[in-house]
Each structure stands twice: as structure tokens, then as C-alpha cells.
Design a protein around this ligand. Structure first.
Ligand code: SAM
Length: 156
């Protein structure tokens, strides 16, 4: 089972970078691939997302995120799945958040192309999806956030 990157959380001053590029509303289903302690999805719910799903391979982080969701009273709106994101159907997502190394984004690319609906937005912190052109790049506190909108433009 591949594991691509250890838990390095997105610091609070960067979290808005995701939602500046992909504003969310109650009609959005937001996925965080490699959701860690769930912080990006709790922020998505605060900003009005309708439903959130986090997938992480690390059982400790999944349990921690579930516990935090309970404490915050958000457990009816967010689900944390323990497992490899490559093994899960992503087709219901309207927004995908990721903070993953390029090799993970490379492995996810064919899955994104197969499963995601037109118009689905993907925001990747720092790293880019190989062979895709960004629809928009935004710098937040000297860190880049990259937006792709399905279907993305391809690099030659
Ligand atoms: C850099 S952390 C980002 C955590 C969170 N998204 C954030 O921004 O705070 C990456 C997370 O991806 C998870 N991960 C790595 N490979 C994975 C895989 N194949 N399937 C599911 N989760 C994975 C790690 O356990 C880790 O929690």
C-alpha cells in the first residue's frame, strides 16, 4: 500500500490559500486526500461547505480527526476514512484539497481524469500535478497554491 508523505500539517496562516482559489458553498462536497487531523475540512465547513470527506492512511490521525469532529459537533457533516486514497472513489467530490508530494499527485492524476466530474476543482498546496497546466496560481505568505479545474489543460 503506497504512503506518499508523512503528516506535515498545513499551518493556520496558509489554510485560507485553499479557499481563496476554491470558494466553497453548501452545494460542495470537499475531499482532503491525506486529511491528517482534519484541519482543512473543519475550515471548509466553517466556510460553508455542505459535506466533507477526509481519507488518510494513518489510523492515529484518522482517530484524532474523528475525535475533533465529535468535539466540534461536526461529525454529521464530515467523514474520515482510514485507507489509501488511491483505493477510494472520488467521483462525488466537487472540490479536492491536497498537500502531497508530486509522486502522489502523479499517481492520482489518472484517477482524477477518470473519476472527477467536469468543473471539479482541485487545489494543491505547493506541489503541482505533473503534465497539467494550472488554471490559477496564488501565492499566500510566499507559498504557492495551485488550482486545476476538470478537465485541466495539458502540457505538451
Ligand atoms: C502533508 S500531510 C497533509 C495533512 C493535511 N491535509 C493538512 O494539510 O494539514 C499528508 C497526509 O497524507 C497522508 N497520506 C500519505 N499517503 C497516503 C495515502 N496513500 N493514502 C491516504 N493518506 C495518505 C499522510 O498520512 C498525511 O497525514
Amino acid at each position: 500500500m503506497p504512503k506518499f508523505v508523512l503528516w506535515v500539517p498545513t499551518m493556520s496562516e496558509f489554510i485560507n490559500g485553499f479557499f481563496e482559489l476554491a470558494p466553497v458553498s453548501s452545494s460542495d462536497v470537499v475531499y482532503d486526500l491525506g486529511s491528517g487531523d482534519g484541519r482543512l475540512l473543519f475550515a471548509a465547513l466553517e466556510k460553508g461547505a455542505g459535506k466533507c470527506v477526509g481519507i488518510d492512511i494513518d489510523s492515529k490521525k484518522v482517530n484524532e480527526a474523528r475525535e475533533l469532529a465529535r468535539e466540534k459537533g461536526l461529525d454529521s457533516k464530515v467523514t474520515f476514512i482510514e485507507g489509501d486514497f488511491l483505493d477510494h472513489d472520488l467521483s462525488e467530490a466537487t472540490v479536492i484539497l491536497c498537500y502531497l508530494f508530486p509522486e502522489a499527485l502523479r499517481a492520482l492524476r489518472p484517477k482524477f481524469e477518470l473519476e472527477l466530474k467536469p468543473g471539479t476543482r482541485i487545489v494543491s498546496e505547493v506541489f503541482t500535478v505533473p503534465k497539467w497546466k494550472e488554471a490559477k496560481v496564488r501565492e499566500v505568505n510566499r507559498k504557492n497554491f495551485n488550482l486545476y479545474i476538470m478537465p485541466p489543460e495539458k502540457e505538451d
